[in-house]
Design a protein around this ligand. Sequence first.
Ligand SMILES: Nc1nc2c(c(=O)[nH]1)N(C=O)[C@@H](CNc1ccc(C(=O)N[C@@H](CCC(=O)O)C(=O)O)cc1)CN2
Ligand SMILES: Nc1ncnc2c1ncn2[C@@H]1O[C@H](COP(=O)(O)OP(=O)(O)OP(=O)(O)O)[C@@H](O)[C@H]1O
Length: 187
Amino acid sequence: MSAAQFKADLRRRAADLRAEAFERENLTAANLRLSAALGDFQGQVLAGYLAMRSEADPALAMAAHSGDCCLPVVARKAAPLIFRAWKPGEALVPGAFGTHEPPQSAPELVPQVLIVPMLAFDARGYRLGYGGGFYDRTLEALRARGKVTAIGFAFDAQEADLVPVEPTDQPLDLIVTPTRLIWPMAT
Ligand SMILES: Nc1nc2c(c(=O)[nH]1)N(C=O)[C@@H](CNc1ccc(C(=O)N[C@@H](CCC(=O)O)C(=O)O)cc1)CN2
Ligand SMILES: Nc1ncnc2c1ncn2[C@@H]1O[C@H](COP(=O)(O)OP(=O)(O)OP(=O)(O)O)[C@@H](O)[C@H]1O
């Protein structure tokens, strides 16, 4: 089975596991842990996300961040995401794939630290998203420009033994769950 097929299979199972975890997990605890981790990045531009489906919602940690915040915007398919400035409570407009995004009038920002959503992760820091390759392309482009920190935010139940890896996959620098801070092991 190819990594891509295996990923598609894992995606379906991971979505079910995440939905179950979403019902029982404590997002306040998770956000406190995320906020603590973001303490090292005060004053830096933070990219968060607007939680969809059963994603762990980072809204509290975004609101507590001391520094500019932005949200991802799908500029086009098979391209890196762009980011537009946003503060909790500000208006959003409908975007691609059922997302919501800041309006075009919001300035484009280049994040220095990102909270990254996902379906599954492993202890090496590899992650599985919805399959668009958006965060992989985005992190590749940002890392080519300079220092950037990618923090995965997830429920513990989203940990997989080994997420299948393709050459284009960009690993996470840190993963925050309601109970743990995971510093990915070198591969
Ligand atoms: N909250 C959140 N915002 C985000 C992302 C995300 O993963 N989570 N993105 C991360 O990239 C970008 C949006 N990309 C997305 C890509 C695909 C799907 C999606 O629903 N895919 C379908 C399959 C669609 C198809 O095959 O045509 C699915 O998963 O069922 C959603 C968002 C930017 N904003
Ligand atoms: N930097 C890149 N350049 C070219 N193709 C890429 C790049 N990054 C990812 N891809 C391609 O995009 C496709 C989807 O990637 P993948 O399955 O890793 O997405 P994902 O991590 O689940 O999604 P996302 O990053 O949007 O949350 C793969 O076929 C991969 O080959």
